[in-house]
Design a protein around this ligand. Sequence first.
Ligand SMILES: Cc1ncc(COP(=O)(O)O)c(C=O)c1O
Length: 388
Amino acid sequence: MRNPLSDKITNIKPSGIRRFFDIVSEMEDAISLGVGEPDFDTPWHIRDEGIYSLEKGKTFYTSNAGIKELRQEICNYYGRKQGVVYNPLTETLVTVGGSEGIDLALRCMLDPGDEVIIPTPCYVSYEPCTVMADGVPVILPLKNENQFRLTPEELEGAITEKTKVLILAFPNNPTGAIMEKEDLEAIAPIIEKHDLFVISDEIYSELSYKSKHVSICSIPGMRERTIIINGFSKAYAMTGWRLGYALGPEVIIKQMIKLHQFAIMCAPTTSQYAAIEALKNGEEDVIEMTEAYNQRRRYLMNEFKEMGLPCFEPFGAFYVFPCIKEFGMTSEEFALKFLEEEKVAVVPGTAFGDCGEGFLRISYAYSIEDLKVAIGRLKSFVEKLRNQ
Ligand SMILES: Cc1ncc(COP(=O)(O)O)c(C=O)c1O
């Protein structure tokens, strides 16, 4: 029998995150600080709307691009938050999580050989989705000393004649870095000069602790070059509802709707009804959850300071990214040893790109009680290593 598989697909490496969770799930008393998923339940009034829609028999396909009222609410939200107006009928698509939006945007924008600049460390899907869309990933390592922001010099240095797309993902997973308005204003002229497009993954936009998130679409000249990817998983604690959206110029969204129609048909109907409620009446829940994350973030930063573990201050998402280079181990060795000896799972920085070597991703989407136990174990682990 000949090989049933495509070389392109078999050559893609599986995600480095899952392996650790498989070990954790077999281990008694283990604490995981590994998953990037809110520990909160979806707020009740949002769940209620999902349930109510089922009771009313809303169990059919919706329009391919999503329920009109939801698309309108999404546009209202970006109008309210970023002062940018989108057309709900022609510039908005409801997707199966931000994940689908990333995949669709890359498929619709790339021809074979087009280069995509992917600043790393970053979320695990950008590189494989670029390859699946026949694009060429150009990995751009960001630096700890720049607080893992993308600088104009770094961007300029990565551009070639084949560059078509830049992926911007701030607040960032795994570093927690943000790009503020002046950072975006500094790179916008370069994007324009080289006629690039931006896929801006803003899934953590609500989880910004220093200043309100500024989207690149609000920077002059950028709206027409940007596809925004966002969703409900992180801000509203709705990971399992699988709902996200894309906003952008009609020419691109139109093609994304076409692909989405063939591959998916429509995003889950129940989730779309719940999401309308989230956008209409979920603001207070978001504020409450964000405050809880911020309290945990400050707690961890204080503890790292006391331990003498270097960690730049992250102002977004729910991750910290401490540096463990002093211990002379790779990130993977450190994470494995920590898991075996102290039963705490964290993710090696290298799961998010080679430049994550020497760092760990620790998620604080966990209760403060769990965080305290885990930090106690980290302290004794670090002491042991230092006294060896
Ligand atoms: C940066 C980033 N983008 C996108 C996603 C996908 O989120 P979802 O598909 O649940 O909307 C994640 C999930 O962890 C993420 O961290």
